[in-house]
Write a protein that binds this ligand. Sequence first.
Ligand SMILES: Cc1cc2nc3c(=O)[nH]c(=O)nc-3n(C[C@H](O)[C@H](O)[C@H](O)COP(=O)(O)OP(=O)(O)OC[C@H]3O[C@@H](n4cnc5c(N)ncnc54)[C@H](O)[C@@H]3O)c2cc1C
Length: 543
Amino acid sequence: MQDGQYDVLVIGAGAAGLSLALRVADQARVAVFAKGPLTEGATLYAQGGVSVVLGKNDTIESHVEDTLNAGAGLCDPDIVKFVVEHGRENIQWLIDRGVPFTRLDTADGTSDFHLTREGGHSHRRVIHSADATGRAIETTLEQLVRQHPNIDLHEFHIAVDVITGSKVGLAEERCMGAYILDRRNGRVLTFYAPQVVLATGGAGKVYLYTSNPDVSTGDGIAIAWRAGCRVANMEFIQFHPTCLYHPHAKSFLITEAIRGEGGRLLLPDGQPFLEQFDQRAELAPRDIVARAIDHEMKRLGIECVFLDISHKTESFIKQHFPTIYNRCQEFGIDISRQAIPVVPAAHYLCGGVVTDRYGRTDIEGLYAIGETGWTGLHGANRMASNSLLECLVMGASASHEILRHFRDCPAPLPLPPWDESRVTDSDEEVVVSHNWDELRRFMWDYVGIVRTNKRLQRAAHRVELLRSEISEYYGNFRISNDLLELRNLVLVAELIIRSALSRHESRGLHYTLDYPEPDRNKAPCNTILSPDSVASFQKAAVS
Ligand SMILES: Cc1cc2nc3c(=O)[nH]c(=O)nc-3n(C[C@H](O)[C@H](O)[C@H](O)COP(=O)(O)OP(=O)(O)OC[C@H]3O[C@@H](n4cnc5c(N)ncnc54)[C@H](O)[C@@H]3O)c2cc1C
């Protein structure tokens, strides 16, 4: 008996999930699931914008080249071209749906879109909606999905696992639906659909400090892995150099534009330090600045550094950085008079579930798009504003593939309900909260911005222990949102550690003191892990 039957289940309601849902809903019955309120996800907090070739002197070739350069030899050139070429039509799709991108009034009275320039881009090509682009996209799409008669929205529902053929006695290993926990009453529901899309965003919460919202716990990656899919390049985590450091401020990013306007990074004694690491100092690329801050924090044992823009006038700051000014005021920090305490924070996961250009994973009927998927676009380092672009292009591309197939999908089958016969209510919730804290702390200390073999090995031992504790707990007690997230985070952490250990070089976002240079003796290669090979690796390690 199932609790719902649809043509398509979309797990995740960010830019990737909502754009896909809208594109298929005129022809298919769709259910969209979100772990919390519909709009809560990384998309809502994206400030900068979306990269797209619209400028007069800009070209597709130039955007492709910039992306390949940022990716440090690991981008898939065909995918880069595919995504970049489809940028314009996807932005037009958003404009047609009413996303209010910032316009520029030109001298001849015509009105074009304002484009900004960000790190790594050789042209102005970032279309934006003031300094809250993600909010503009997310809330516009939200209104449309709420009105669509073919879309059912399930907020506060967390996907536990997908149901595949082997679970219902089929020879064919294809996706059949998903088990979903209704967080409001603790019931696990069974939803049937022949096509399921994982659009659950990234996994920043695996680290102590992150710019990501609470929902970014890598669920889609863990779900796909448990279903038998491969994952790739999990060692490439982008750290943003400057997140507000305050006990009550969660995940608040301080834009790089502050450094662009002359803001200086200082040690607690007021000394600048970036020149010692790179002659471009405050204007060095993101990963170099993040590494320098991490180095100084570890060297001095300090909890944060300071970003100072107080040499600018109050009116300049209020005009250029209104959101940051107001947010810092809420925490008693007047940025026109004092420096802002900042730490680097996990920001973006370049790796994910291996997919092709249609978002198809290794399992028939299962798709992964947005930050959850790995297409080969970003390589070893993501170029700013290419991620929202990927969400939109892959949402469109997967939607075409889903519509191409949905008429010849197998007829619905009865699915086994969730089995709770052998579990009881937990009597030790502290196991979940303790392990959650421990995981995020050691991932930060041992698998962070600067890595070494020794630190990674330490992390590998700890994560194995946590994994066995959590899986025992999972087998004995009724599931909860926190337990599901922790189970997923531990798995994702293990995939990051394993991938990092297997890369014997520094490349892009992966930097290790044991191999400080790229390996020039062999061609650059991706780190692909498959559930089969890791299972045998674990057995070998135990024996
Ligand atoms: C602060 C910040 C600023 C950024 N700025 C930019 C920028 O300017 N330009 C740019 O291109 N990129 C930017 N990025 C990156 C970009 O925002 C993200 O990569 C992108 O929004 C991811 O979109 P998504 O649809 O894949 O996932 P998200 O928008 O994160 O949405 C994930 C969805 O999945 C749901 N979900 C998760 N797990 C489950 C589960 N188990 N069951 C049910 N639902 C689940 C969540 O509830 C949510 O609805 C920024 C990121 C951050 C954090």
